[in-house]
Design a protein around this ligand. Structure first.
Ligand code: AMP
Length: 282
């Protein structure tokens, strides 16, 4: 497994691979890898013959009061896991390499960034699209793989790729969960035992929404109220948003469609967790 820290070297290796006829896939990560990340790598490997993982905790996608400084890191463990799933190259630049003094360009996607997480994290998606666009120009992948756990992120990146005519296929991978249903996240480790129990309310509320929908409920407000009251019954929780929305535009809806997205962000103790589920008629 090659470890590459400089943009110049990564671009040169990407050119060499492309000239030799290889297809390159990219899985961007912020590290502290878990099974969810590894599943993305396995999917990427199936669709390409050279797999690049990027490992970069991107400061520009954290707000001024968010946990950039405390974001968990374990480079050694991450490299071991990457090797275990057959990653060919790890691109792990420094912050200075990615954002040298004088950088002043951002990629901004308009409407789909305005809903859900965009409301309480107004600068987050500009940070995401800018770093992902840079990674695409550095790694030059044919394919990039993202998790559906970050549904809005996947929507925003797909929109960017379409709007900027980037010649890259985007694949979304279903959310990988702990045996009890909690969506895997690098931040789960920070939950205390009692908070960890309460955190199950996210998955429980998505299941409740699905049950109500399958039993014929079509009022989005009624389903949202039921979710909010289920979450409030769990200690340590503080709802950031519960949204029932169009799964493409991410705009809130009043009446359930044949396909609708339920998306949640809930603070459990100090940790902000997100989860989502697309509801479709069975
Ligand atoms: P992160 O390191 O949190 O930036 O995540 C890197 C990639 O892994 C993103 O595309 C995430 O959507 C994806 N991811 C994170 N958690 C999960 C999960 N539980 N299941 C599937 N994909 C995930």
């Amino acid at each position: 497994m090659e470890i590459i820290e400089s943009i110049e070297n990564m671009q040169r290796r990407a050119d060499e691979l492309r000239s030799a006829g290889h297809t390159i896939s990219l899985v961007p990560t912020m590290g502290f890898l878990h099974e969810g990340h590894l599943e993305l790598m396995r999917v990427a490997k199936k669709h390409s013959d050279k797999l690049v993982m990027s490992l970069f905790v991107n400061p520009t996608q954290f707000g001024p009061t968010e946990d950039y400084g405390q974001y968990p890191r374990d480079t050694e463990g991450d490299l071991e896991k990457a090797l275990g799933v057959g990653v060919d190259m790890v691109f792990m630049p420094s912050v200075e390499e990615m954002y040298p003094e004088g950088s002043q360009t951002k990629v901004h996607v308009e409407r789909v960034t305005q809903h859900l997480c965009g409301i309480s994290r107004p600068t987050h998606f500009d940070g995401v699209t800018t770093v992902v666009a840079k990674l695409f120009n550095i790694v030059k992948p044919h394919l990039a793989v993202f998790g559906q756990k970050d549904f809005q992120q996947l929507t925003v990146i797909s929109r960017m790729v379409m709007d900027l005519n980037m010649d890259i296929k985007i694949l979304g991978v279903p959310t990988v969960r702990e045996p009890d249903g909690l969506a895997m996240s690098s931040r789960n480790n920070y939950l205390s035992d009692d908070e960890r129990k309460s955190a199950l309310c996210l998955k429980k509320s998505l299941d409740l929404a699905n049950k109500m929908f399958q039993e014929g409920e079509r009022g989005a407000g009624i389903i949202r109220d039921a979710i909010e009251s289920l979450i409030r019954d769990h200690p340590f929780t503080d709802i950031d948003y519960v949204s029932i929305c169009d799964s493409t535009s991410l705009e809130d809806i009043g009446i359930m469609r044949d396909e609708s997205l339920v998306a949640l962000a809930v603070r459990v103790g100090k940790i902000r967790l997100i989860d989502n589920r697309v509801l479709r008629k069975n």
